[in-house]
Design a protein around this ligand. Structure first.
Ligand SMILES: N[C@@H](CCC(=O)N[C@@H](CS)C(=O)NCC(=O)O)C(=O)O
Length: 223
């Protein structure tokens, strides 16, 4: 059995943060596919009783150390503490990383995920007024991240940390899924995404987690 199991699915940017971290640190891990869309797995009492009481993915199982962790920010912190990789180096940097992880969870990918869900997955599609509200908030919040990244190479310092891995969340998914081009509209984010992409072990979410195309347990570029 691999050292880590990750409950995840390909369309989830929240899961991608944890999957990407596992790959970037070179961990031995295997996915456990969560049937989020057709099966409504995270809403089932059995999932909440045995996998995650919060009814969410991702969930990381560390089978070697007998641990089960949820919340991508917690998972990233745990894995960086365990391996020393992507770990903020000083106490100030640790707090700074936490600050950006919370901003990301609440205001960046925390809006981008529901925006994309309402736009391309929800049936019926989301109310246009709700989509407009989320888009407006996203424009403001992505601009904040863009400004930050125009002043430095990575969110916290000159090297990537867990804050950067968290912020990638939904940002590598195709532009068509959002109806706007993040990398083009926010050039400093675009340049930073290229730096993240160049890290050894980087993979696109559809190549890293099962569930692509939707309704299958497959991967985009894997047989
Ligand atoms: N802050 C959480 C968000 C996790 C999350 O919302 N995951 C979605 C899948 S993308 C989920 O499981 N949603 C189920 C629900 O909210 O009912 C994290 O970063 O892990």
């Amino acid at each position: 059995m691999a050292e880590f199991q990750l409950y995840c699915f390909a369309q989830s940017g929240n899961c991608y943060r944890a999957a990407l971290m596992l790959n970037l640190i070179g961990a031995k891990w295997e996915p456990i596919w969560v049937d989020f869309f057709a099966g409504g797995a995270t809403r089932k009492p059995e999932y909440r009783e045995t996998v995650n009481e919060m009814g969410e993915a991702p969930v990381l199982v560390d089978s070697k150390r007998n641990k089960r962790l949820t919340q991508s920010g917690v998972i990233l912190t745990y894995l960086s503490d365990l391996t020393g990789k992507f770990k903020p180096q000083s106490e100030d940097d640790r707090l700074e990383a936490l600050r950006w992880i919370i901003f990301d969870n609440q205001k960046v990918n925390g809006f981008l995920g529901p925006f994309r869900f309402l736009k391309i997955f929800a049936k019926p599609a989301g109310d246009p007024a709700v989509l407009d509200f989320l888009k407006g908030r996203l424009e403001g919040n992505l601009s904040i991240v863009n400004k930050r990244l125009s002043e430095r190479q990575f969110l916290v310092s000159d090297r990537p940390t867990i804050a950067d891995i968290s912020m990638t969340g939904y940002l590598f998914y195709p532009d068509e899924e959002f109806g706007f081009a993040v990398a083009k509209d926010y050039p400093a984010i675009g340049a930073w995404l290229e730096r993240m992409k160049a890290l050894p072990g980087w993979k696109h979410p559809y190549d890293l987690m099962p569930g692509y195309p939707l309704g299958t347990q497959g991967y985009r570029n894997r047989s």
